[in-house]
Design a protein around this ligand. Structure first.
Ligand SMILES: Cc1cc2nc3c(=O)[nH]c(=O)nc-3n(C[C@H](O)[C@H](O)[C@H](O)COP(=O)(O)OP(=O)(O)OC[C@H]3O[C@@H](n4cnc5c(N)ncnc54)[C@H](O)[C@@H]3O)c2cc1C
Length: 434
């Protein structure tokens, strides 16, 4: 098969790829120089929509409505945009072999792609219960959510199982968002997770108590401290029951599993340095291999603020890292350089009428402020994280854009905290006065 050659190749067609393509265009990439190779059949889109508006029963989000870069208020890059810019969108193409030394990628169909510069943007994949040999985990109507194809299958199941029972396995943000959206679709929802409270990697017990109370008020049954150990299916192979480790059995027509992801680095094993599960990069997203960059979920990069190598799965980082890498590529071509990447961690989630944002680092002591009564008409509350006498992280539920900006500033500036009691009393005012 004839090989195709590009000066630049972005491997992966997700969020980072879309933002990288826009930056390539801004930097003046020439017609025919850039290709995006993606396993997905559609142009890059804003992945977070899949667990939110995509699953709404009324006016759901659908492509082309949420192609990148609309998620950050930018232009929506339709397939025509790529064509106009001379950017080859090579879709429905899975790369199964990468040889970084010879600068070659090979697809499942045997196509050969050669690059001069590669940007690895393969993102993450979901962890599956079948990976652990959980009995019955391959039954029909057990879903995972990563790509638009997964979301389409879930939409079909929601339609087929109207008013049925949904069991959500996992208490992270996917579990919380999916439970909410299944409830909005009028399913009878139970959520199961092993930890003492939901989103334990970020939430404090105080924060989680609000969401658990709110979800319970919506009629979602929350089962904590146990895990799904098996599934029973009917004669058609459709899931019917979820068996829990504590002996309980839950009826189920649909199961959605959200137990985490892992970065897709497998193609590059042994060819590139890795750290903390991701591909190690410098502050310009250069990997240990010349002319190979890694951005988004796969990159473990120097988090300048904390002087530490970190990997994050934040949509905000996938956008910013992609743009930063492309700027660095173009600068280096003319012997220049760009500033080091200086990322302020930012993560958000939305469910029901709720919407929270978190900035900074969730380490150290915590204070909770505001009204976190789940039965309040307009709850609004937050939390600060304090380390070495400084406020290093801030969380806010139902903030206005100005208030969210204020907590972001707190996390960036890291102002001193005189006393935790005082901070709790001042609450949001503290942030607004920084
Ligand atoms: C359902 C869902 C909801 C989310 N919600 C939020 C949220 O509310 N807030 C937030 O901050 N973050 C959220 N995230 C996380 C965020 O979407 C990711 O951090 C972001 O998408 C990472 O961008 P990326 O480009 O690195 O990877 P991705 O967007 O995952 O893109 C990777 C691309 O690479 C392709 N690919 C992988 N391997 C190959 C291969 N071998 N050959 C060809 N193509 C390949 C994939 O098919 C995909 O197109 C959410 C994620 C999901 C799945």
């Amino acid at each position: 098969m004839a090989e195709k050659r590009f000066k630049y190749v972005i491997l992966g067609g997700g969020v980072a790829a879309g933002y990288a393509a826009r930056e390539f265009a801004n930097q003046g990439v020439k017609f025919g120089e850039l290709a995006i190779i993606s396993k997905e059949a559609v142009a890059p889109y804003e992945r977070p929509a899949l667990s939110k508006a995509y699953l709404f029963p009324e006016s759901p989000a659908r492509l082309p409505g949420f192609h990148t870069c609309v998620g950050s208020g930018g232009e929506r890059l339709l397939p025509e945009w790529y064509a106009e810019k001379g950017i080859a969108l090579i879709l429905g193409t899975e790369i199964v072999k990468a040889d970084l030394a010879s600068k070659t990628l090979i697809s499942a169909a045997g196509e050969i792609f050669k690059f001069h510069i590669l940007v690895i943007a393969t993102g993450s994949t979901v962890i599956r219960l079948t990976d652990f040999g959980v009995q019955g985990a391959d039954s029909k109507n057990i879903f995972y959510l990563r790509e638009v194809d997964d979301a389409d299958k879930l939409v079909e199941a929601i339609k087929a199982k109207k008013k049925g029972k949904a069991v959500i396995v996992g208490g992270g943000y996917i579990g919380l968002e999916l439970s909410a959206v299944m409830k909005i679709n009028n399913l009878d929802v139970s959520m199961v997770y092993p930890e003492p409270w939901c989103m334990p990697r970020l939430f404090t017990a105080g924060i989680a108590a609000f969401y658990e109370g709110y979800y319970a008020n919506k009629g979602i049954q929350i089962i904590k401290g146990t895990v799904a150990v098996g599934f029973n299916a009917d004669a058609d192979g459709e899931v019917k029951e979820v068996k829990l480790k504590d002996g309980r059995v839950l009826e189920a027509d649909i199961v959605v599993v959200g137990v985490g992801g892992r970065p897709l680095t497998v193609l590059f094993k042994g060819q590139v340095e890795e750290e903390k599960g991701g591909i190690k990069t410098d502050s310009f997203f250069r990997t240990s291999v010349p002319d190979v960059y890694a951005v988004g979920d796969v990159a473990t990069f120097p988090m300048k603020m904390y002087d530490e190598m970190r990997r994050v799965e934040h949509v905000d980082h996938s956008r910013k890292s992609a743009e930063h890498a492309v700027k660095a590529i173009f600068a280096s071509e003319v012997g220049k350089s760009v500033d080091e990447y200086d990322y302020l961690p930012y993560f958000y989630s939305r469910s029901f009428n709720l919407s929270w944002q978190f900035y900074g680092d969730n380490v150290g002591a915590t204070v909770l402020f505001g009204d976190n009564n789940p039965s309040s008409e307009n709850p609004k509350f937050g939390s600060y994280w304090i380390k070495d006498g400084k406020v290093v992280g801030a969380f806010l539920e139902s903030g206005t854009p100005e208030e969210n900006k204020a907590i972001a500033k707190v996390a960036r500036v890291q102002p001193p905290a005189e006393s935790l009691d005082q901070l709790a009393k001042e609450g949001l005012t503290f942030a607004c006065n920084i």
